[in-house]
Design a protein around this ligand. Structure first.
Ligand code: UDP
Ligand code: MG
Length: 319
């Protein structure tokens, strides 16, 4: 058993602007806990000086560990890397931009230990600092996900959460290639609690979640937990098939009456409609087949290029 009580996993992508403020706030918050801890900073293939700054800060802050991924693998993959390499009895994941207040970690740890919980979610009680667009898309996302996952997915709980070693060990052996932890963790059914916090403004820099990444996360969430999109395709196909039969019967009746069916347009429309339906179905099937393929390939989700806690004396990471 490791002697580290708490691991704090911080995924970072091009976060050089926020590192000074992060260190300034995170360090006293963790030192004040009075327990042994490590900060597992995961540099998600940043193109800026994130790794260098972390490395330099590690000289004066021995608890700060740097893990550098070789290329940008995404927020969830960076979290996976951090979870796999963390050693603590408890593991907290927190955003680098100080939107999740580090002082809340104390309350999370306390709640977990006092009530014997395995998971404590940080729940955003106040999102007024987020954009209108982000607030509303997030609201719709949580509503939909609660239905899809079927487990009690806490609303407004992002990736600021505390996990026990047991939960982390379970997550580590899951063969998931595109994990979405905010859904995966509740679906495991461990005992859980919540701690409310006000979402702060990003301390520096810009969001690393453009619309493209938000859509990718939403699609991962839906496809990981539900075959509903596949079923929609099946229903569409069934409806189109029924319409096709009806049209055939209609055609036969009209033909037996001796009248020639006028209107080639309708025929063409039917052909086009069916082609479209088939293509949609094929596309959806392809999405799932691609996922099976990815899992079967069993490629690592992340590639660690550097770990400052490795036995070999580390070289200063170069971009
Ligand atoms: N992040 C990451 N890899 C990415 C995108 C984001 O590691 O490809 C990190 C980012 O550095 C931050 C966290 O994920 O620590 C959340 O990102 P951000 O604050 O930009 O998202 P937002 O709060 O705008 O949703
Ligand atoms: Mg943020």
């Amino acid at each position: 058993m490791s002697s580290i009580v708490l691991s704090v996993v911080v995924p970072m992508y091009n976060e050089e602007a926020v590192i000074p403020a992060l260190v300034e706030r995170l360090r006293p918050a963790l030192d004040g806990l009075g327990v042994s801890y490590e900060v597992v900073a995961v540099d998600d293939g940043s193109a800026d000086r994130t790794a260098q700054l972390l490395f330099e800060n590690g000289r004066t802050w021995p608890e700060l560990r740097l893990i550098k991924l070789r290329h940008n693998s995404g927020h969830q993959a960076a979290l996976t890397a951090g979870l796999h390499r963390s050693l603590g009895e408890w593991v907290v994941s927190i955003d680098a931009d100080l939107q999740d207040p580090p002082e809340t970690i104390a309350e999370m740890l306390h709640t977990a230990q006092e009530h014997g919980l395995d998971v404590v979610y940080g729940v955003r009680s106040d999102r007024s600092t987020d954009t209108f667009f982000k607030r509303h898309t997030a609201g719709a996302y949580y509503k939909l996900m609660r239905r899809m996952v079927g487990a009690d997915v806490p609303s407004q709980a992002g990736d600021f959460r505390l996990l026990s070693r047991e939960v982390v060990d379970v997550l580590k052996v899951l063969p998931e290639r595109t994990p979405v932890y905010r859904l995966l963790v509740p679906s495991l059914g461990f005992s859980s609690g919540k701690v409310a916090y006000a979402r702060e403004k990003r301390a520096a820099g810009e969001t690393k979640y453009p619309l493209r990444k938000m859509v990718a996360l939403a699609w991962d969430s839906a496809a990981n937990f539900s075959a509903a999109p596949l079923r929609i395709a099946t229903w569409l196909g069934a409806i189109a098939f029924a319409a096709c039969i009806a049209l055939m019967i209609f055609g036969i009746v009209v033909y037996s009456n001796g009248t020639v069916i006028p209107g080639w347009t309708s025929l063409f429309l039917a052909v086009l409609l069916l082609s479209a339906v088939q293509l949609i179905c094929l596309g959806l099937l392809g999405e799932y087949v691609a996922r099976i393929y990815k899992t079967v390939q069993n490629r690592p989700t992340f590639h660690i290029g550097f770990d400052s806690a490795a036995a070999e004396p580390p070289a200063i990471p170069q971009q």
